[in-house]
Design a protein around this ligand. Structure first.
Ligand SMILES: [Zn+2]
Length: 309
């Protein structure tokens, strides 16, 4: 088994990234990624704004990271990428598999060296995924296949243990599916909260930490795709009430509160936080019509609320 000559730099990068995600959350603005990390007293970069495949100059054979940005025209393409259970397809830089950049990924595949994938969630914001591995190279399609591994694989140095390749494949396949699911949720939340300017659609509460992206049609529904018109930005209280059918939203955007709550009397959370919104219109909607909740989805969901009552 080959040894990865770039392993120490990789470990330093993973550690630094772990700390950054712990501090700032799982979606990082480019500015935070661009600060780089420190290695033997030097500052090295994680990635480069202009390049997809990146390695700091101290890396001898492989790459450190790959990066994709969000296509300007919308999110369809990216969601399609997430729908398959296979790995992520990553396009060659240019057309030559032996080109300067592609060669580094081919080498990473040969060494089974773990990389970081900066996955574009929206312009200027990335979710770092690591470790990822290059599992295949397809010169005809000009693409690599990128798979993920469980986070605990971060500390496994290639060549230091004899993994059963079949088990490893299964493990990575499973991890890739999990990562894609999580990416779906992360992207959905990011897009919904942005559309509602980081406020609750019911009460306009503005703290991002206490906001969720609620599904109108549940995500187990085939139509319940994680797209903004199937979402509502809701604070924890109103999300909980919405999911429990204690708060309903009519297709015309008027809020209803379940009779059982209306009949109860209690402190300010119930009186103001819930009952106070009965009969009022939603407090916050996206400016762009195309991002507002779909009427037919609201109608179907409202039926459920009505039946529950
Ligand atoms: Zn609220």
């Amino acid at each position: 088994m080959h040894q990865d000559p770039d392993w120490p730099i990789r470990v330093a990068a993973f550690d630094a990234l772990q700390r950054r995600v712990h501090q700032y959350g799982e979606v990082l603005p480019w500015e935070l990624i661009d600060e780089g990390f420190s290695y033997q007293g030097e500052t090295l970069h994680f990635a480069n704004r202009a390049r997809g495949i990146f390695w700091p100059r101290l890396m001898r054979e492989t790459a450190l990271s790959i990066k994709t940005t969000v296509p300007r025209q919308g999110r369809e393409a990216r969601y399609d990428d997430l729908h398959s259970d296979e790995g992520f397809l990553y396009k060659f830089q240019g057309t030559d598999v032996a080109g300067r950049d592609n060669r580094r990924l081919v080498r990473a595949m040969e060494l089974d060296a773990p990389l970081i994938y900066f996955y574009g969630i929206e312009p200027g914001a990335y979710r770092p995924i690591w470790p990822v591995y290059i599992s295949e190279v397809d010169p005809a399609a000009l693409s690599f296949t990128v798979v993920s591994a469980a986070p605990e694989a971060r500390v496994r140095e290639p060549g230091r243990f004899a993994a059963d390749p079949k088990m490893l494949n299964l493990e990575r396949r499973y991890a890739t599916v999990q990562v894609k699911k999580r990416l779906h949720q992360v992207a959905f939340r990011q897009h919904v909260l942005r559309a509602y300017e980081q406020r609750c659609a019911v009460c306009r509460f503005p703290r991002t930490e206490l906001l969720d992206a609620a599904h109108i049609l549940p995500d187990r529904d085939v139509r319940g795709r994680p797209e903004v018109p199937n979402g509502l930005s809701l604070c924890k209280l109103h999300h909980g009430a919405f999911d429990a059918d204690l708060l309903g939203i009519r297709p015309d955007g008027i809020i209803e509160i379940a009779q059982s709550l209306l009949d109860e009397h209690d402190g300010p959370t119930l009186e103001h936080g819930l009952k106070g919104f009965a009969g009022k219109p939603l407090g916050m909607l996206p400016g762009a019509k195309a991002l507002r909740p779909r009427g037919d989805y609201l109608e179907e969901r409202y039926e459920r609320f009505r039946k529950a009552g």
